[in-house]
Design a protein around this ligand. Structure first.
Ligand SMILES: C[S@@+](CC[C@H](N)C(=O)[O-])C[C@H]1O[C@@H](n2cnc3c(N)ncnc32)[C@H](O)[C@@H]1O
Length: 206
């Protein structure tokens, strides 16, 4: 892995407190509009906390794509998928830099999710543009972020967690990066206790 490619402040959290914070990935993903039959890219999938559940919801062969820079994360995510009983052919895995790989996917997803990572992407508008270009018309781009609150105010298991306060983004700041590339706002969904999901539509005709 080329460490210089890693987006700042995007290390995978320890699974103990991550599980405490996100105990029900299926409810989160369904609330964000992921449903049976939709092809999904889990961009910066980490250890697969959401990936297996995406594959479980959408079904099919290769309908779920998952991408991460870190081979260790991909390995953990693959092990989790096996443990969760997901057929090996259900998920296509991609290892490398999101900025490059998202432009080279073998098929166009209908839904791209980036969870807990967008705050660290240096050129956010360029990432949004790359996602726009790869998405099918009518598709969705969803960004899950920590709320723009002081890190001291977002404790989990007794300790402040999440990205440093200065890197956190409000939904309005995300819109400022994403709307200029052609997306339309679909909605902002609260994901208590500390997160929101912001869903954008790629128009059917752009
Ligand atoms: C905080 S974790 C979030 C994982 C997962 N999305 C979740 O919410 O559970 C961020 C992930 O982004 C990955 N990452 C960081 N920089 C990246 C890059 N340039 N390209 C692809 N993945 C990257 C890290 O390896 C890490 O697994």
């Amino acid at each position: 892995m080329n460490h210089s490619d890693r987006f700042p402040a995007t290390g995978m959290p320890d699974s103990d407190w991550w599980q405490t914070l996100w105990p029900d990935p299926e409810a989160v993903l369904r609330g964000l509009g992921i449903d049976f039959g939709v092809s999904v890219l889990d961009l910066c999938c980490g250890d697969g906390h959401f990936t297996s559940t995406i594959a479980h919801i959408v079904g099919g062969i290769g309908r779920t794509m998952a991408l991460d820079l870190d081979p260790e994360m991909i390995k953990l995510a693959q092990q989790r998928a096996i443990k969760d009983g997901i057929p090996s052919e259900a998920i296509r895995w991609f290892e490398g830099n999101a900025d490059d790989l998202v432009k080279k996917l073998p098929s166009n997803p209908e839904y791209v999710l980036i969870a807990n990572t967008f705050h660290g992407v240096p050129d956010k508008q360029q990432m949004a543009r790359n996602v726009f270009n790869v998405l099918k018309p009518g598709g969705q781009f969803t960004i899950v972020n920590w709320h723009h609150r002081s890190r001291d105010d977002t404790p989990v298991a007794g300790e402040p967690r999440g990205p440093v306060t200065d890197m956190r983004m409000s939904p309005e700041q995300v819109m400022d990066e994403v709307l200029p590339v052609g997306f339309k706002l679909h909605g902002v969904i609260e994901l208590p206790p500390y997160h929101y999901g912001i869903v954008f539509d790629k128009p059917k005709v752009s």
